[in-house]
Design a protein around this ligand. Sequence first.
Ligand code: GRF
Length: 210
Amino acid sequence: MRWAVLVGGRGSNLAALLAAGIDVRLVVSHRAGVGALDVARSAAVPARVLEPAGFADRAAYDRTLAEILASAGVDGVVLAGFLRILGPTVVDAYPGRLLNVHPSLLPAFPGLHAPRQALAAGVRVTGATVHFVDHGMDTGPIIAQAPVPVWPDDTEATLTARIQSVEHRLLPLVVRLVERGEVAWVDGRVHLSPAAAATLSWWWSKSEED
Ligand code: GRF
């Protein structure tokens, strides 16, 4: 499958997808000057900056984004640090092929600054989630999750780094499962094939060794 990755931050998840050999054909950032654009450039992946400021409203932004994705001929889209809610023009164009990675165990701590929210709540375990994107904010059906401990001396920076190192393993793994048709979104529920369930349990046993 050919993928687009929508970004807006450092681009560490983009780098992880590229390192895993995922066929990324296009990167779109909602912000200029971010690290993710440098990651795209060093991998010679075409990159576009699409800042909201130039658009009359959210629908106009989404229409242009949908056109850019369609003309790149991508089959699926990964959101990795793209801090905008997408409307139906984009979401409905990629059913079961639009993924987001979020730095918490959803449905806990949706939205911005999830590691900061976890520290404020005093939880001892948080984690990473990869889910299908629906019309809400971080509400789509969950495909895979991995736990991350919160240590007493954690800062937002140390906790974020620990969560991201898990994201960098979990996200490419899920993208591969979607490519192989091992994960499907049917009638609002996520179905894992036996192979996908085995792959994810392999991941759990690996994470226990870490
Ligand atoms: C990741 O932590 C992801 O979960 C969140 O935004 C962050 C993006 O980081 N949605 P990066 O740009 O991939 O380094």
